[in-house]
Design a protein around this ligand. Structure first.
Ligand code: DAH
Length: 462
């Protein structure tokens, strides 16, 4: 037996190997006592191909781990995937190189298992910051956790030589579950770095860094002390001109994104805030349904972060945005749990064919769906879209059955090789808004649709 919780999609397995049992016996009495009090906890976890020894920090659960790899932000027609594409497309359009190619690269499949170093230390999050608490994060062990924000990948990507990139993915935070909170949600994070030559193309005399600044690395002790007293004007190393120009560009681009998403007349405002990894920092709020709602956080990147990543001659801005929040506002989705629904009544309402024009979400019924197929032969010489239009059939179904039909889809069509006749099959999903429908009731309605089709389209039911 394996004492391993293996997670990749839905593969979970719990048990003990002989070697692990020996290790368990050899471990200290205190450790052992802990294992006894938490008997379900395996000695090690296997997640996305990595093996992690558990310890007193481990608090991930099989339920939370089951979200890894679901990739709702990449699922075709999913509202989170539509949000991802709209943000990415906006950035592709907003920044192009001299050849006209997008400047930003996109990372949307990075492993959500990160180190404490990546999630916190690299981003100068103080060692006593509340966000590090066990009660707030999903720890795999004392060194690894499920990323609490997509910002966790900044240093790794900058170190790899990137200077314009977007990271999109799911993040994990311990939270209550209600209509606006779920412990797994999605973020997009972006970084843009520019050098002096680019920033001051038109003002070559200006500098990124203060002449008086020594250029040496910040004292790590200072990085890790929890002092919120930060000057909102600028970091000591930067010149005011550099910060103001970056701020201007960043705000211009982010207001552009907001208008692209919510329309050109959206009311917005900038609010000063604090993030350990940016200085100065802002939140962008939009006015929606009589309330100011925070939609994103951003700022001028702390120079220590760039230095750690080996970048010494650039200034950067970064921002982070939650996808669920945007989608809930944009599509009028009332409950964050719907994003995890596999109910086709939810998913069929969105389509990435036309990213800009999405309908508002219509509440789906809590009652069960009932699916029936209807196949028929079209009259001789008639084919789909040549004498028979599926849209006509959809209208007929709606006029016969009304709102209890939730979805209709053409699932199959073929032409008989000998007779030359065409056959079609439609899948009709029935669901009542107020009660459970009986199968007999659905069958009766289905028969009425079949009869009406024979009459209207001269088809032959198969
Ligand atoms: N990581 C922040 C959060 O999860 C959001 C954020 C703020 C990201 C500012 C950034 C940034 O990259 O510059 O709340």
């Amino acid at each position: 037996m394996l004492l391993t919780l293996r997670v990749h999609g839905s593969r979970l397995c719990l048990g003990i190997t002989g070697q692990q049992r020996r290790r368990l016996l050899a471990s200290s009495a205190a450790e052992e006592a802990k294992k006894v009090t938490t008997p379900q906890q395996p000695l090690q976890l296997e997640i996305n191909g990595g093996t992690y020894a558990t310890d007193s920090w481990t608090n991930v659960t099989p339920k939370i781990l089951s979200h890894l790899g679901l990739n709702k932000h990449l699922q075709r027609d999913h509202p989170l995937s539509i949000m991802r594409q709209r943000i990415v497309n906006y950035f592709y359009g907003a920044y192009r190189n001299q050849r006209g190619n997008p400047l930003f690269s996109v990372y949307d499949q990075l492993n959500p298992v990160v180190t404490v170093q990546q999630n916190f230390d690299n981003l100068l999050i103080p060692s006593d910051h509340v966000s590090r608490q066990k009660s707030d994060c999903y720890y795999i062990n004392r060194e690894h956790l499920l990323r609490a924000h997509t910002t966790a990948h900044q240093v790794q990507l900058i170190s790899g030589g990137l200077d314009n990139f977007l990271v999109v993915g799911e993040v994990y935070r311990r939270d209550e579950i209600d209509s606006t909170h779920y412990p797994v949600f999605h973020q997009a994070d972006a970084v843009r770095l520019v050098t002096k030559d680019k920033l001051f193309e038109r003002n070559p005399g200006l500098e990124l860094f203060e002449e008086t600044w020594s250029g040496s690395l910040a004292d790590p002790k200072r990085i890790l002390s929890s002092s919120k007293c930060m000057d909102q004007t600028k970091q000591p190393c930067h010149t005011l001109e550099a910060v103001k120009l970056m701020e201007h560009e960043m705000k211009h681009v982010l207001v552009g994104l907001t208008k692209e998403l919510f329309g050109p007349r959206i009311k917005y405002r900038w609010v000063d805030t604090y993030f350990p990894f940016t200085q100065p920092s802002w939140e962008l709020e939009i006015y929606f349904k009589d309330n100011w709602l925070e939609v994103l956080g951003c700022g001028i990147m702390r120079h220590e972060i760039l230095q750690q990543a080996g970048v010494h001659q650039s200034i950067g801005y970064a921002f982070g945005v939650g996808l669920e929040r945007l989608a809930m506002i944009l599509f009028d989705i009332p409950d964050i749990r719907l994003f995890w629904s596999n109910d086709s009544g939810f998913l069929s309402q969105f389509s990435e064919q036309d990213l800009q024009n999405q309908p508002k979400y219509k509440a789906i019924s809590h009652y069960p769906q009932c699916t029936n197929d209807l196949s028929f032969w079209l009259p001789p010489d008639v084919e789909v879209d040549a004498g028979f239009s599926p849209n006509d059939f959809y209208d007929l179904v709606r006029s016969v059955a009304g709102d209890v039909v939730e979805q209709i889809r053409l699932v199959d069509k073929f032409k008989h090789p000998k007779t030359g006749k065409s056959s079609v099959c439609f899948r009709i999903v029935y669901r009542h808004m107020e009660r459970t429908m009986t199968q007999a009731e659905v069958n009766e309605m289905h028969k009425q649709i079949a009869d009406a089709s024979v009459e209207s389209f001269n088809v032959q039911i198969r």
